[in-house]
Design a protein around this ligand. Structure first.
Ligand SMILES: Cc1cc2nc3c(=O)[nH]c(=O)nc-3n(C[C@H](O)[C@H](O)[C@H](O)COP(=O)(O)OP(=O)(O)OC[C@H]3O[C@@H](n4cnc5c(N)ncnc54)[C@H](O)[C@@H]3O)c2cc1C
Ligand SMILES: Cc1cc2nc3c(=O)[nH]c(=O)nc-3n(C[C@H](O)[C@H](O)[C@H](O)COP(=O)(O)O)c2cc1C
Length: 589
């Protein structure tokens, strides 16, 4: 027996010994290209003879690398695409696929799989991977003892559930019997730093396991389009900055109107605006004093040389801390008084609070290495260009934390809240194709947006009114108090009066002894809500990811189950089907 038939014999072959011998003779005299052709030919024959006649690239699956991705804003998609290109350049047969299009049946046949996936919300999957992950977690998931896989987990270490989804996916694939093709890699916002070595080790392992075959590339996968999602930035000028919450509210939420200096940027309802802000001088001064460092010290890092002050001003986060930063501080200073509080510090403490609580004896270069790169902040756009032309409106909640009696402001929200008319800021548009109005203007909209989650629905309504949409609009809004925190109250009430908004349901959590939230109102209105959905309505949720979006989803599942008389799993499947059809969309943060 040759190597070929030995390999075949390792898996029980549905062939007689004579057939195996004939096959062996044929393969022994064939070139590598001919072998690949035979594999493809046999797969084609098998597909034609299958009762469903569906293409089942079972043979090819053994010999290709499938690169799958789950991605919200394109980073994991870009990372997957780069891996696919690198693998293809090494002569591997590659297939690139979104997890939204990837089934458990295919996974069951897969032999070499690389997945790039981000973590969203509060440790949630990206929308396009939700159904796949749910199925993978179920008892229906196949055994994967033949699979060799690897995961690139994308995340942001300033979130407590850093790379959680990639980690859980890796765990589940291993549980089902998958073996590592290359080790999982957890990438922070500087994705390439981790993704580049992951690509190299993955491609090396795949070449070793699969062998090269340029001949099959086009058979298995359409051409890879390079992924680019770079946004162009612009200067914007503040036209108005009004407080939306009452003076006596402890919450400060702003309506900010911006115009463009120079050529305007274009956006669609559902998009967000990225705001780039540098750390304020008083905060940098406080950091330098508490750290005992000179701002003029020159620091070289990653091929760039700046003064420490410059690094802190425009390149490094001071108001958001990360898990690796905490780990490094507590490893260097095990006696630090905040050590016991661990990841809980991420939601409230800034770098200066860590310095104020205990000594951290690092030099300037160490701080530049350990602090995370400064990133822009996103704000849902609260206007439609069909209504406001070249302006863009935002709804900004000022982030305020009190730590050891000192009030700390969020970087971007603090900056925006304090901006006077005429001030300028740097902005760019982040397109969000996953949060879009239906193309069909006659569809009804159900919009669930408590707190600043209401912002995109102001844009939606402006757009639909401008288009003369015939579909109905139903808004669910919630906040603490009706009198103090009913954002855009007069606009919603006048839209109701004009017949542009058909229904408005509100929950003000602190206006009665028992706390009351939008999900309770949803539950009360479930029958009517379902009748809108049955009539083709699109359902949108925007705002808090930690509690609101989860509770709302749970309420929707319970309501569907109760009213349809089905179990929770079937109700959850119905919601998934709505999401797949683009009729249940979320933008939660
Ligand atoms: C797609 C998208 C749309 C958004 N839309 C809006 C919007 O319309 N209006 C709006 O006000 N905000 C919105 N946000 C949130 C916004 O981007 C900022 O995160 C928020 O304003 C805080 O940023 P900051 O710079 O003021 O605070 P930071 O300087 O980033 O943080 C200050 C402190 O608050 C903590 N912190 C900040 N955010 C969180 C959080 N989510 N959970 C726990 N702790 C946190 C930090 O850890 C730190 O201790 C959106 C976010 C996304 C991703
Ligand atoms: C609203 C929001 C929530 C996020 N939540 C998490 C999180 O819980 N854990 C994490 O590691 N990263 C989190 N991230 C960071 C993303 O995973 C990271 O930006 C990633 O590069 C996005 O990749 P994608 O574009 O493929 O979705 C979050 C990002 C956003 C915008």
């Amino acid at each position: 027996m040759t190597q070929h038939t030995q390999a075949l014999a390792a898996t029980p072959a549905p062939l007689s010994p004579e057939q195996l011998q004939t096959l062996d003779q044929l393969l022994a005299g064939s070139s590598e290209a001919a072998l690949w052709w035979i594999a493809g030919y046999a797969a084609g024959q098998a597909a034609q003879r299958s009762p469903t006649a569906a293409p089942r690239p079972a043979t090819a699956a053994v010999k290709r690398l499938t690169v799958a991705y789950g991605s919200q804003t394109g980073n994991a998609k870009a990372a997957a695409s780069r891996l696919a290109q690198q693998a293809e350049a090494q002569g591997l047969a590659v297939r690139l696929i979104n997890l939204a299009d990837y089934s458990l049946a295919e996974l069951g046949r897969e032999r070499f799989l690389a997945i790039a996936i981000s973590t969203q919300g509060d440790g949630d999957p990206p929308d396009d991977a939700r159904i796949f992950l749910k199925q993978l977690a179920s008892a229906r998931a196949p055994k994967l003892s033949e699979l060799r896989y690897t995961v690139l987990a994308l995340g942001d270490s300033s979130y407590a559930r850093f790379c959680e989804i990639g980690r859980l996916l890796d765990q589940r694939l291993a549980e089902l019997g998958g073996q590592a093709l290359s080790p999982r890699a957890d990438a922070d916002l500087d994705i390439e730093q981790v993704a580049a070595p992951w690509r190299t080790s993955t491609v090396e392992a795949a070449v070793e396991g699969i062998g090269k075959s340029a001949a099959t590339v086009t058979l298995l996968r359409p051409a890879l389009a390079p992924v680019s999602h770079a946004a162009s930035s612009a200067q914007a000028v503040v036209l108005a900055n009004q407080r939306l919450t009452a003076r006596d509210s402890e919450l400060d939420v702003r309506h900010v109107e911006l115009g463009f200096v120079g050529a305007p940027l274009h956006y669609q309802p559902g998009d967000s605006l990225q705001v780039r802000v540098g750390n304020p001088s008083p905060l940098i001064d406080e950091f330098l004093t508490r750290a005992g460092l000179d701002g003029e010290a020159q620091v070289e890092h990653g091929g760039h040389r700046h003064s420490l002050r410059e690094w802190l001003s425009t390149q490094r986060e001071l108001t958001r801390i990360s898990l690796p930063l905490l780990n490094a501080i507590f490893a260097a200073h095990p006696e630090h008084p905040l050590r016991e509080r661990g990841a809980a510090l991420l939601d409230s403490h800034q770098v200066v609070d860590l310095l104020a609580a205990g000594r951290i004896q690092w030099d300037a270069a160490r701080w530049v290495t350990e602090l995370v790169p400064l990133k822009p902040r996103a704000y849902s756009i609260a206007s439609s260009q069909a209504s406001v032309g070249d302006e863009v409106h935002l709804t900004v909640a000022l982030r305020r934390d009190e730590v050891a009696g000192i009030e700390r402001l969020g970087l971007a929200s603090g900056h925006l809240a304090a901006l006077a008319e005429g001030a300028e800021i740097e902005v760019s548009v982040e397109a969000n194709p996953r949060f879009r109005l239906p193309a069909d203007c006659s569809r009804d909209l159900i919009m669930i947006g408590p707190g600043t989650g209401v912002a995109p629905f102001r844009a939606f309504l402006q757009q639909r009114v401008a288009e003369g949409a015939s579909g109905r609009h139903w808004l669910f809004f919630g906040h603490r108090h009706l009198r103090r925190e009913f954002l855009y109250q007069t606009e919603w009430l006048s839209a109701l009066k004009r017949g542009q908004l058909q229904r408005l349901d509100v929950a003000f959590s602190r206006d009665q002894p028992e706390r009351r939230y939008v999900q309770q109102v949803l539950a009360e209105q479930a029958r009517e809500l379902l009748s809108w959905i049955d009539g083709g309505a699109h359902l949108y949720v925007c705002g808090d990811a930690k509690r609101m979006a989860r509770d709302v989803e749970q309420t929707l599942i319970e309501a569907i189950a109760r009213i349809r008389g089905i179990d929770a799993e079937a109700a959850s499947d119905e919601l998934d089907a709505l999401a797949s059809a683009g009729r249940y969309q979320r933008d939660v943060y």
